[in-house]
Design a protein around this ligand. Structure first.
Ligand SMILES: Nc1ncnc2c1ncn2[C@@H]1O[C@H](COP(=O)(O)OP(=O)(O)OP(=O)(O)O)[C@@H](O)[C@H]1O
Length: 703
């Protein structure tokens, strides 16, 4: 038989199996629907029963509806190719591997979940250690149709006569495929070194180190899916948080987990970690360095002890015909005394009232003593403590403080200089005050950890009393995170090398009892003080957390030609063994075009057009952050959805079929860690790269 007929015949065999799987899926769905309906029915019946039966029926109803909903949620996920693999074992047993485990009515496995131990050989078997697998087959589907198959023979000596082997290289085929706007899952082609990381124990801290394109992000997301599958009880309730560098990035990876049926995962960019805020803009590098440094803790904790700008500087209250007065010095003394207790200000209202009353009593006592009068201290304290004018004063003198308000106070340079004395330099104080002064300015990504720090330092504002409304009766729809609960059971931090110490504190707060998967490439780091960040990071993990570290060494993204150029640019900043090995040669070398500044716009338009024509998938135009609006205007005319303009810092973690890189030297000069940012930008393309440069500085051997 010719190769193509064999292939067609084998595809037909797999199609028959896939058809059985979908038929069974429809049955399971119908059963789950019926169960849910029965559950509701039971609930209605319960209302007529005596209290005891009622309670047990309602419980049963809740459980039925809960399980039915969970099953439906799993069955309804939009699986891209439910079945994607098959193992033929030496004893002729076959196992189909998929995104979900499905059994037939007799409890035989139709599909084994990729995360189950029985599927591990799909990723771990090699020719050296075949784990009794004769043939490993990758099945590529679109919806319910089998498009293609690809086989690996692991035990050539054990191939039976009637076993056909088709094609070769599912991995290379996957790597060469066009990229879309969203990252895809890699369940069908996870490599052995990656699988080890995915299935590593859940406790403690799992660090994934590796160069660009080594699949760190993909592996971390698959690990989250794996952990949720294996430890659903432990992790399901308080959930998994994935923190990425930018909104563009979290959007880019947002389809991966749902495509594996996992929805109990929260994806947040660093600008979104604090509930209710969504910062996207970055501060310039020198300012970001100040705001990210641990020194800001000192500044903030001093700032909130200051007198609020609008607070009265004097208190006068009339008691029994006499005016008792506290001047600003005396009031400040009272304030200091309350703060000396160390409790958050929003929790110190009562103490502030008591201390103020004591100060008023001291004052009145001194007047009385001077006049030789009798004085009833306890009486004065009780009387004044009940007076409305005393409380009116208290709410403006010791107001409830909100993080945004306190941070804005520091826009007043004199105030900032007072609280940052000996902590920040005068230049730093000027720079920071200037950035916080403008009230119309949106919060930046770097402001968010400061606001979060203040949130904790200030304590929660007292709750307004509201009339309690009865909760509407609802059967619970599965394990849900409680609202406003900001702790997680597992936290994945991507691009961890860039987190500032203050950002580590913010993320650490959400994982006091969590286990961690931390992803990074030290060579891509854009944070200037790695040691300070490492300490903050260790604090976030907790001192006793067991740690394991994995290094991924194969670059699956870039063609070897593209990666060679990137490696050259960063050579002075990385040890040779820190750079990964790109496995896919395309024969297409990157193009470096010399453009003078006047022709930049046209050159960008031309290069973008060429690349859009040359590749099937996405094209990214990467430039310095400052240049983004201008470059967006230049290429707006293309009107092609596949074309995206992105600033250097926002390009982290993303990838495109082809990239136009505009003025590489500008990427070096705009950031504190220069060449590393350029290295990131140069490693975004899978197939083609065009660099437009008006100078050669970026190519010069680095210091
Ligand atoms: N085993 C695999 N099979 C198929 N594709 C893979 C595999 N491993 C990685 N890839 C692909 O390689 C590309 C790079 O992966 P990913 O973005 O996870 O790398 P990264 O290490 O996080 O990169 P960077 O640090 O540069 O952002 C992605 O398109 C991913 O799907």
């Amino acid at each position: 038989m010719s190769e193509s007929r064999v292939r067609r015949a084998e595809i037909a065999i797999e199609q028959t199996h896939v058809d059985r799987v979908y038929a069974r899926l429809a049955e399971l769905r119908a059963q789950a629907e019926a169960m849910r309906a029965r559950g509701y029915e039971l609930g209605r019946g319960a209302q007529r029963e005596a209290v005891f039966e009622q309670a047990s029926m309602l419980y049963e109803r809740d459980m039925m509806v809960f399980h039915a909903n969970q099953t439906l949620q799993t069955l309804d996920a939009e699986y891209e190719g439910l079945v994607f693999g098959r193992l033929d074992h030496v004893d002729s047993e076959t196992v189909h591997v998929g995104r979900l485990g499905i059994r037939d009515a007799e409890f035989n496995n139709l599909v084994t979940d990729w995360r189950a131990p029985a599927a591990a050989a799909f990723y771990q078997a090699t020719a050296e250690e075949p784990m009794n697998v004769v043939r490993r087959r990758v099945i590529r589907c679109s919806g319910q149709s089998v498009l293609d198959i690809d086989d690996d023979v692991l035990m050539p000596e054990a191939v039976p006569d009637d076993m056909n082997v088709v094609g070769q290289g599912a991995l290379m085929a996957a790597l060469g495929r066009a990229r879309g706007e969203m990252m895809r899952d890699i369940v069908a082609t996870i490599q052995k070194e990656q699988d080890e990381v995915i299935r590593a124990p859940w406790r403690g801290v799992t660090e994934i180190i590796g160069g660009p394109g080594t699949g760190k992000t993909a592996v971390a997301l698959h690990r989250a899916a794996y952990l949720l599958y294996r430890y659903r009880r432990r992790l399901g309730g308080s959930g998994v948080l994935v923190v990425g560098p930018s909104g563009i990035f979290t959007n880019y990876i947002s389809r991966v987990l749902p495509s594996m049926g996992e929805t109990n995962v929260e994806l947040r960019s660093l600008g979104q970690v604090l509930d209710g805020l969504d910062a996207t803009e970055h501060d310039p590098a020198p300012l970001a360095a100040i705001k990210g440094s641990l020194r800001m803790r000192k500044v903030l904790s001093k700032a909130l002890r200051e007198t609020p700008p609008d607070a009265p500087t004097e208190m006068k209250i009339v008691y029994r015909g006499e005016v008792i007065k506290l001047d600003s010095k005396e009031l400040n003394r009272v304030r200091r005394k309350v703060h000396a207790n160390g409790a958050p200000p929003n929790r110190s209202r009562v103490r502030a009232a008591e201390t103020l009353l004591e100060a008023l009593a001291d004052k009145a006592e001194s007047y009385a003593r001077a006049d030789g009068r009798e004085f009833d201290r306890a009486r004065l304290i009780t009387d004044l403590g009940e007076r409305i004018d005393f409380h009116r004063f208290l709410v403006v003198w010791w107001p409830v403080l909100y993080p945004a308000q306190v941070l804005r106070w520091l826009g007043d340079e004199r105030r900032l200089a007072r609280v940052a004395r000996n902590v920040l330099s005068p230049e730093e104080i000027t720079l920071l005050a200037e950035s916080l002064r403008d009230r119309d300015r949106e919060w930046t990504v770097e402001d968010i950890p400061l606001l979060d720090e203040l949130r904790v330092l200030l304590g929660p504002p007292p709750k307004r009393r509201r009339k309690r409304e009865p909760e509407p009766e609802q059967p619970h729809e599965g394990q849900r995170r409680p609202d406003h609960y900001d702790e997680y059971a597992h936290i994945v931090v991507d691009e961890a090398q860039d987190l500032s110490p203050m950002q580590w504190r913010m993320v650490g707060r959400r994982g006091k009892y969590a286990s961690w998967t931390v992803v990074g490439d030290p060579v891509q780091s854009s944070w200037p003080d790695p040691e300070e960040a490492a300490n903050a990071r260790d604090q976030a993990f907790g001192p006793r957390a067991p740690r394991r570290r994995y290094t991924l060494r194969t670059n699956y993204r870039n063609s070897s030609e593209i990666f060679e150029l990137a490696a050259r640019v960063v050579s002075g900043h990385a040890k040779p063994d820190e750079l990964p090995r790109a496995v896919r040669a395309t024969g297409v070398t990157p193009e470096i075009r010399r453009v003078d500044p006047d022709s930049r716009e046209t050159a960008t338009q031309v290069a973008a057009k060429e690349l859009l024509e040359a590749v099937e998938g996405t094209v990214g135009v990467i430039c310095a952050m400052d240049r983004v609006p201008e470059v967006r205007r230049w290429v707006a005319g293309h009107g092609d959805e596949r074309l995206k303009v992105v600033g250097s810092l926002d390009s982290k973690g993303l990838e495109y079929d082809a990239v136009v890189l505009v003025e590489p030297t500008e990427l070096i000069t705009e950031s504190l860690t220069g060449r590393r940012v350029l290295y990131v930008a140069l490693t975004r393309a899978t197939q083609k790269l065009t660099v437009l440069a008006s100078d050669d500085d970026w190519l010069a051997p680095s210091e």
